[in-house]
Ligand binder design. Structure first.
Ligand SMILES: Nc1ncnc2c1ncn2[C@@H]1O[C@H](COP(=O)(O)OP(=O)(O)OP(=O)(O)O)[C@@H](O)[C@H]1O
Ligand SMILES: [Mg+2]
Length: 353
């Protein structure tokens, strides 16, 4: 669970609120190479608040991707996110691994807002900077069982085999460790602004120090445009993506977009402030912005200025070769920010933690 297992060249399968994305990467001595890539859009009502409302549609989307892209591998790595996922760094008295395993469910009770029997628990002891410390830092992960079961049942009905269930925030970390060879001395923020969820993961000393998922994303932009301009959801979405609707263009939508930009900046600021107050670091050196919303014109500039930290648009494919005869480079470059989670999942075999 949660990436603690190993998998061999499995397909990274990111079931997002607005689309399913599948990525397969071949790892070899000559480096990593993209071998398969498929995306299938989902209707906004298919997955709501991280809960799969219409599993039939998700199963068809997965099957369509596998058929159209001739993906033969059955093993997949999937991820969960949202409020059913709790990731917390906790501190416990130093004890033997066996004792820790027994203690974790009791410890978890303090941190998990659900009954312990309703969640799947996993944990990882973090490497300590002080070998004489009499406490252990432990990364605790809890995910509601019903959410995991929904995902597993969809995967198996689609005829596939889930080898690892991971968490979006860790998949991002995995993708960007490879892409950017991140400097351990630097504090790096990873922000993934998707359609329904914003994942924030702050890395310190090369490890995840803070994670939070907030219900904010591209859908909020679309709803804001819809309300302000009196359009249908579909029209507002088209306008957001640069299209023209009833003689109106994205310029007319700018005030509605600006409002949500401010909301996103506020949410990131709250998380960053919390991180600063609870860690020994004042500075966040850089932020890598992924997810479809990273492509919103001006967002990276706005966030950099508002938060006074350099934000950059993520490219999780930076260190992954792709044959231009198989994959259109312009398309890959455009879609790359949205592939952060799926690439991180596809790379799981190297990043097992
Ligand atoms: N060029 C673009 N400009 C603005 N927004 C865009 C652009 N391309 C995609 N988006 C938006 O990005 C969102 C989709 O991003 P992404 O694929 O990262 O989300 P997801 O993984 O499906 O959702 P989630 O992670 O929330 O479950 C949609 O809201 C879409 O409208
Ligand atoms: Mg996503």
């Amino acid at each position: 669970m949660f990436g603690l297992g190993r998998s061999k060249s499995a397909v990274g399968l990111d079931i997002g609120a607005s689309s399913v994305k599948a990525v397969q990467i071949k790892r070899g001595r000559g480096g990593n190479e993209l071998v398969r890539l498929g995306i299938a859009p989902l209707h906004p009502e298919t997955i709501v608040d991280g809960v799969i409302m219409d599993s039939g549609t998700v199963i068809s989307a997965i099957q369509q991707i596998f058929t159209e892209n001739q993906i033969k591998t059955k093993d997949v790595v999937v991820a969960v996110s949202g409020h059913s996922v709790i990731v917390k760094k906790i501190r416990v008295a130093k004890m033997k691994p066996k004792e820790l395993e027994e203690a974790i469910p009791f410890e978890a009770e303090q941190y998990v807002p659900y009954a312990v029997e309703d969640v799947n628990l996993d944990f990882q002891v973090l490497e300590s900077t002080d070998p004489n410390a009499n406490e252990l830092d432990v990364l605790l992960v809890a995910v509601k069982k019903d959410i995991i079961n929904d995902y597993l049942s969809i995967i198996s009905t689609a005829g596939l085999n889930a080898v690892v269930v991971d968490v979006d925030a860790f998949a991002l970390e995995n993708a960007f460790e490879l892409a950017y060879e991140l400097d351990r001395q630097q504090v790096v923020g990873l922000v993934n602004l998707g359609a329904a969820v914003m994942n924030i993961n702050i890395l310190q000393d090369g490890m995840s120090e803070f994670t939070r998922d907030s219900p904010l994303g591209g859908n909020r932009y679309t709803e804001s445009i819809q309300k302000m301009l009196g359009l249908s959801y579909e029209q507002a979405e088209a306008l957001k993506l640069g299209g023209e609707v009833e003689g109106r263009s994205v310029q007319d939508a700018q005030p509605a977009i600006d409002m949500v930009n401010a909301e996103v900046a506020g949410e990131i600021r709250r998380s960053f402030d919390f991180f600063r107050s609870s860690s020994h670091s004042e500075t966040i050196h850089r932020v890598i912005l992924s997810g479809g919303c990273a492509r919103l014109p001006g967002l990276v500039e706005y966030l950099s200025e508002n938060l006074e930290i350099p934000f950059e648009v993520a490219n999780p494919l930076l260190k992954i070769k792709a044959d231009p005869k198989k994959f259109d480079p312009a398309y890959l470059e455009a879609i790359a920010p949205q592939l952060a989670v799926s690439v991180g999942l596809a790379l799981r075999e190297a990043g097992d933690k």
